[in-house]
Design a protein around this ligand. Structure first.
Ligand code: 13P
Length: 259
């Protein structure tokens, strides 16, 4: 295995696509193509309304279920929101938090992402905490500053004991859905920086356990080179996760490196 003791995680973020019937179909294909292997952790993250149908399909398989968001309160007058406990009830194992689309369109701040992260961990959900710079920030030479602010902001109160559950996703905003991928070297530079920030926050041993995923136009053609980087422990996949064949190819890329 190239990345020390960390098992690769390939997670599909289906975003606002696929109703429950369509999602169940895709999940069936994913289970049948990638299901038998256990070298790589595999997770699909449908919309809330598709979670239950997909949960039934992936039940008893090696494909885990994740949600794309959750609220930080456990219950109450929060119209339109979903709690961590509700996700656990449907057997979700992961939850994506602080995706750049939530930050941009729904005003999620680092403080909100932090509250959600702590609640997810307390509920035994593995948070996939998303961070990443915009093109403007990259061109202004602010990548490390943005990453530091977002990571430290999201992880206030998170401890070394949470390292096994914690997942960080580096998603440069300019690479999401644009077909522009960070080069493996560019991505690795930021992933190494994230690992070093994690070491300052949680200690080196804990930092080595945290999986850091790359996200942003990751596809079968570029996955091998990205996954070969020492601090890239998997991918958070948008477009390429909507087809079982391309998603399976990404899992196979990670599987090749796991042996
Ligand atoms: P794309 O793979 O479509 O660029 O999306 C990446 C992403 O935002 C995953 O969360």
């Amino acid at each position: 295995m190239s990345n020390s003791a960390r098992k690769y995680l390939i997670a599909g973020n289906w975003k606002m696509n696929l109703n429950s019937a369509e999602g169940a179909e895709l999940a069936k294909d994913v289970v049948s193509i990638v299901g038998p292997q256990t070298d790589v952790s595999v997770c699909v993250c449908p919309t809330f309304t598709t979670l239950e149908a997909v949960s039934q399909v992936v039940n008893d398989s090696n494909v885990s279920l994740g949600a794309q968001n959750m609220h930080f309160e456990s219950a109450g007058a929060y119209t339109g929101e979903i709690s961590a406990e509700m996700l656990r009830h449907l057997f979700c194992k992961f939850v994506i938090l602080g995706h750049s689309e939530r930050r941009e369109y729904f005003g999620e701040s680092d403080a909100i992402v932090n509250q959600k992260t702590l609640v997810a961990l307390a509920a035994n959900l593995k948070p996939i905490v998303c961070i990443g710079e915009t093109l403007e920030e990259r061109e202004a030479g602010k990548v490390n500053e943005v990453i530091k602010t977002q990571l430290e902001g999201a992880l206030v109160g998170v401890t070394a004991a949470d390292a096994d559950a914690l997942v960080v996703a580096y998603e440069p905003v300019w690479a999401i859905g644009t077909g522009k991928t960070a080069t493996p070297e560019m991505a690795e530079e930021v992933h190494a920086e994230i690992r070093s920030l994690l070491a300052s926050l949680l200690g080196a041993e804990a930092a080595n356990k945290v999986r850091i995923l790359y996200g942003g136009s990751m596809k079968p053609e570029n996955a091998d080179d990205l996954l070969a980087q020492p601090n890239i422990d998997g991918g958070l996949i948008g477009g390429a996760a909507l087809k079982a064949t391309s998603f399976a190819a990404l899992v196979q890329s990670a599987q090749k490196r796991s042996k």
